[in-house]
Write a protein that binds this ligand. Structure first.
Ligand SMILES: Cc1cc2nc3c(=O)[nH]c(=O)nc-3n(C[C@H](O)[C@H](O)[C@H](O)COP(=O)(O)OP(=O)(O)OC[C@H]3O[C@@H](n4cnc5c(N)ncnc54)[C@H](O)[C@@H]3O)c2cc1C
Ligand code: FES
Length: 278
């Protein structure tokens, strides 16, 4: 059992989960993820490690409540326990001195990209951070990210940040003015796809952290199968980071919808059960 130290809402629908995991806190690296179960009847879900504290022995993730498991997780509180919390899993993000790197994140990816921004800055890169939020009240961790960013950009749809555009348009504008050596993008599949398409014409290496459905997270079940440069890869052990220009995006979008009807049924069943218990 893994004890929850903190579970708090950062902005509407996005939560921070901090757990006691001393061994993991000593070993985890930027870009890795954990597999957890919110309760014993649940499924295992992957969440990216958004921060850790080796001294305190804690590991944190930022999650968006989208379906049954993440809604269940959003109801847990400090002191509750998770029956499964396994990791760190996946290959760490490639951290080197690349030159100028732009890190693009949206929704849960704002948290997930934070350790990468920090590590890239510490490795001597010039780091540009580009965050996508639909509206100003959905922004979080701005100060944390700015601490390690040479430039900080926001794409938003409510004009609050002086920008009413989706992330690839802002990325294209940055590309017109600056020479980027690498782009790293984390967030929903569409955000990573559009960032990859924005950099494709200039051939700027773009790394994406893929988020296919995962079951075991250890390369045994095949659920996270993706096609990269025409070859089958398992995102949990070969990734989750891949070259965004080599990903078969159509297949990824299609496979992510495989359990759509079951996910809706599961939410309806869980909500009905929860109402009956009240
Ligand atoms: C390696 C990896 C790392 C991940 N890291 C994180 C993370 O740090 N934080 C996080 O919140 N999620 C992360 N995800 C996605 C997360 O695992 C799923 O959101 C979660 O499994 C959904 O479970 P659920 O039962 O709540 O929803 P489900 O019932 O499984 O899904 C409900 C519906 O929401 C859609 N959906 C699922 N994920 C998202 C999303 N992120 N944005 C919008 N719609 C979505 C699904 O397509 C589905 O239609 C990661 C996925 C992978 C593979
Ligand atoms: S989640 Fe089972 S092989 Fe990757």
């Amino acid at each position: 059992m893994t004890k929850i130290i903190r579970r708090e809402r950062l902005v509407p629908n996005i939560h921070l989960l901090e757990v006691e995991a001393p061994e993991m806190a000593r070993r985890c690296k930027p870009g890795q993820f954990v597999m957890l179960m919110p309760d014993e009847r649940g499924e295992r879900i992957p969440l990216t490690i958004a921060d850790w504290d080796a001294e305190k022995g804690t590991v944190s993730s930022v999650f968006m409540a989208v379906g049954t498991s993440t809604q269940k997780l959003a109801l847990l509180k400090a002191g509750d326990e998770l029956p499964v919390y396994a990791g760190p899993l996946g290959k760490p993000a490639e951290i080197e001195k690349f030159g100028t790197v732009l890190c693009a994140g949206g929704c849960y990816g704002i948290g997930a990209i934070y350790p990468i921004v920090r590590a890239l800055k510490e490795a001597g890169n010039t780091v540009y951070t580009l965050i996508d939020v639909k509206a100003n009240f959905l922004m979080y961790w701005e100060e944390r990210l700015k601490r390690y960013s040479d430039e900080f950009f926001v794409s938003s749809r409510d004009s609050f940040f002086d920008c009413k555009e989706y992330i690839p348009n802002v990325l294209e504008k940055v590309l017109q003015k600056s020479k980027l050596d690498r782009v790293i993008s984390i967030g929903c599949t569409y955000l990573m796809y559009t960032c990859s398409e924005a950099t494709r014409p200039k051939g700027i290496k773009t790394i994406v952290s893929l988020n296919p459905v995962m079951v075991d997270g250890t390369g045994m079940c095949g659920a996270c199968r993706c096609t990269i440069e025409g070859r089958t890869k398992f995102a949990c052990v070969d990734g989750p980071d891949f070259d965004g220009h080599a990903v078969d995006w159509d297949e990824l979008f299609y496979r992510r919808k495989s359990y759509f009807e079951d996910e809706i049924r599961s939410m309806c069943y869980w909500e009905k059960e929860s109402l009956l218990k009240e």
